[in-house]
Write a protein that binds this ligand. Structure first.
Ligand SMILES: Cc1cc2nc3c(=O)[nH]c(=O)nc-3n(C[C@H](O)[C@H](O)[C@H](O)COP(=O)(O)OP(=O)(O)OC[C@H]3O[C@@H](n4cnc5c(N)ncnc54)[C@H](O)[C@@H]3O)c2cc1C
Length: 271
């Protein structure tokens, strides 16, 4: 099947073309889209891009950082304003992938991919979409991301953690470096008076999309970040979650190892 390419200088034009053609795909960095093209995927025949420079920008707005959808993982790693996200961006593929892979594209990556999105979920980022929807909570976005008509993601807005040490990220791989994720854990762990206040924990590769570990968050609330304080959270590490079975690991295995990796992340002993 011939593949058509449409390039627009304006975001609005690209968004219109994307939403009005069910046989189209947006092209971010193309690391997943081109793989589908090369594999002869017949579900789309048009690739749409926008060269609008605003898609590549990182902006500060109060305590939020606004990251354009076309910002690459390499750009994240190089940006001082995004230093808290460096740990997540640096484990996406190898250098060649990171030079192409975008923040917007990661939002659509299916498990076991989506490591960066797991970090954004723990930080309660919001997603700006074409059509004026500028503050869609990322958790809501993830439940609707493959719906038609397809929206164009313009940017994500992420609150910067006040304490750099409050954000933790761990990707567990069987093959290092550059392996796919067996489990990814991201946590935002603000404290007040030495106790956790509104902790947020997200898992990647444990379901079809990155998901919040709600039972873990409830168990951590008001606790101290030490072995005794986190024990109730470890006991409910996979409560309410049905881990996936794939070529990397079974549901059983993921359930077995989740508490140990969660402990490493919370106590800061995971390397
Ligand atoms: C060898 C290899 C290793 C990889 N390793 C990892 C890894 O370790 N961790 C990980 O998370 N991922 C990994 N990936 C997957 C992928 O590279 C990343 O998830 C990347 O962030 C996807 O971004 P992209 O810009 O390349 O997406 P693209 O391929 O351009 O697009 C992916 C999907 O998102 C849609 N899309 C992209 N941008 C937008 C937008 N702005 N608005 C609307 N829709 C959009 C596209 O239409 C498409 O459906 C790997 C891929 C490869 C090939």
């Amino acid at each position: 099947m011939p593949m058509h390419s449409q390039v627009f200088s304006q975001i609005g034009e690209a968004a219109h073309a994307l939403s009005s053609n069910r046989s189209s795909r947006y092209f971010g960095g193309g690391t997943l889209v081109m793989r589908q093209v090369n594999a002869g995927n017949q579900s789309f025949d048009t690739i749409i891009r926008s060269t609008d420079p605003s898609l590549k920008q990182v902006q500060i707005s109060g305590d939020q950082v606004i990251i354009g959808a076309s910002v690459t993982m390499s750009q994240v790693i190089a940006s001082r304003d995004l230093d808290f996200l460096k740990s997540a961006a640096s484990v996406i593929g190898g250098p060649a992938i990171r030079n192409m892979a975008t923040v917007g594209g990661n939002l659509f990556a299916r498990s076991p991919y989506g490591d960066f999105t797991t970090a954004l979920l723990a930080l309660e980022a919001t997603v700006a979409l074409s059509g004026g929807r500028s503050d869609v909570p990322i958790a809501d976005f993830l439940t609707q991301r493959f719906r038609e008509p397809k929206p164009l993601v313009i940017s994500v807005s992420v609150p910067r953690p006040r304490d750099g040490n409050a954000f933790r990220f761990l990707k567990i791989m069987r093959v290092k470096p550059m392996g796919v994720s067996l489990m990814t854990i991201a946590a935002h762990l603000p404290q007040s008076g030495g106790r956790l206040a509104n902790p947020r924990v997200a898992y990647g590769s444990m379901g079809d999309t990155p998901i919040r570990a709600n039972a873990v968050e409830r168990a951590l609330e008001g606790k101290t970040l030490d072995a005794q304080g986190i024990a109730p959270a470890l006991a409910v590490a996979t409560e309410g979650i049905t881990p996936r079975t794939d070529s990397i690991a079974s549901e059983w295995y993921r359930r077995e190892v989740a508490p140990a990796h969660l402990e490493r992340l919370l106590l800061g002993t995971g390397g």
